[in-house]
Design a protein around this ligand. Sequence first.
Ligand code: IDC
Length: 475
Amino acid sequence: MPVRKNYIKVPIAILLGMAAAALFFSGCAQTVVQKNGRLQVIGNQLCNERGEAVQLKGMILMDVAWFGDYANPACFAWLRDDWGCTVIRAALYTQDSFGQPRALTQKKDMLKAVDAAVAAGLYVIIDWHNLADGNPMKYKSEALTFFREMAELYKDTPNVLYEICSEPNGDDVTWSGVVKPYAQEVITAIREIDPKNVILVGTPTWSQRVDIAADDPLSFDNIMYTCHFYAGSHFSALRDKVEYALGKDAAVFISEWGTTDHTGNGILYPEETFEWIDFMDEHKISWTNWCITSRKESSAVIKHTALSEGSWADGDLTESGLLVRSLIRGQDSAIVLFADGFETENFTSGGWYNENTGLDRDDAFHGYTAALLNPGGSLAKEFSTAGFMNVRVQLAYKTQNLAGDDTVKVEWYDGDNWQPVKNLGSSQSWTKHTIPLPEQASDNYSFQFRISAGFEGGDENAALDDIALIMDRIE
Ligand code: IDC
C-alpha cells in the first residue's frame, strides 16, 4: 500500500502544480497597456493600436515631489485593481511658491512616478504642471530640456503620454500668439526623438479654450487638446466648447477635473459631476481626476490615514474619493452621492441642519473627527436623488452611557412628520451600518433624512462618522 500511494502521489502533485499554474496565468489578466498597446489619435478620438476607441479613466497625483510617497507600484496597482484606474497623471509643478523654476530639480520624482505606473501596467501622463506661471514660454527652455530627456527615456514605452503645459492662463496668453508657438517648438523637439506617443496640449484660460485651438490646430499626428473643468465652476457652456472642438475633428482629453469648484475646496457638486460624466462617456472622452493627495481640501481623495502603498479602507477615502472611485468603477455599480467624515471640522460643508450636536476630535472612526449627538440632538440633511434609486445611508456609530430603551433614530421627513426608518441600539465600540431608506427617497429632488438622539438629559451621547448616501442610478 505505501508503495502504491507514492505512485499516485507523484502524478497528483504534477497535476495539482499544472492546475495551479493554469489558474495563476488565467488570473493574471492583461494590463490595459498590454491589451491596447501604443495609443493613437484618429480623427477626434483616442484609439488603441488597432484603431479601436479607448476611454481612459484615472487619477492625478497632485505633485510628484510633495506626494511622491504615493508613486510606488503597490499604490498604483491598488488604484488599478480596487478603483479600476487605467491611467495616472503625474503632476510636476513647474514653479515653486516663491516664483522660482522648480521642475528640473524634481525630475527624479517624475521618473519614479512614471516607472511605478509602468510597473503597474498603467498609462501615465507626464504633466508639465504650470499654473501660477501662466505663460508656458516662461520655462520653455526648461521644458525643451525636460521633454527631450523624457522622450529619450520613454520613446519605446507605450504607457507614456506627454502633457506639455497644464494650464496656460493670463490675458496675453493667447492660443495663436503664445500657446501654439510654444507647443510647436516643444512637440517638434519630442517628435525628433519619439515620433508616436500621444502629446496633450493645454489651451488658454486654464485649459478651457479647446474651441480656439480647434479653429487653429497644430499640424502633428497624435495630438490632443486638454479641457479642464471643476464641477462647481464649469457647466454646459464649457461642454459646448468641447463639442465644438470635437465637431472640428480636434481630439480632447479632460486631463484635469474636480468634484468641487475651481479652488479644489468647499462642497462637492455630485449632480453637476454626473452631467459631466455622462457627457464624457457619451463622447468617449478620457479623463483624470484631481487628485491623489491627503491635503485637507475637498478635492483630495484620501485622508492622512491612507497608507502610501494603497490597500485603503473606505474610511481612508474622502467624500470625493468615494464618489470618484465609484465613477471609475462604473456608474452602474453603487454610487456614493454624498459622504461626510466631518474632516472639514464643520457641518457646513456637508450641508447639515444640526441641533445640539458637536464635533468629537478624540475618538473618530476614521480620520480626525466624528460628529457627536448630545441628548435631544439631531443631524438632518436634505438632498436630491433625482435619477437615483435604492438609496441607503451608511454610517459608523458608537454610543456612551445609553440605557434602557435609549436609541439613536434614523428617520425621514414626509412633509409633516419625521417617520422612523430604524432605531439603533447602544454600541460600546464603533460599528458600521447600512440602512435602506424608504421608496420615497428614490428619484426625489428634496428628500430629507435625519439621525437623532432617542435619549434625553444625562451623560448619554452618540458619535457618528463616515456618513454616506449610496444609491443606484435609474437606467
Ligand atoms: C491646487 C491645490 C492646492 C495648491 C494649489 C497651488 O489644490 O493645494 O495649493 O494648487 O499649488 C487647478 C490646478 C491645480 C490646483 C487646482 C485647485 O491645475 O494645481 O490645485 N486647480 O485649485 N486648476 C484649476 C483648479
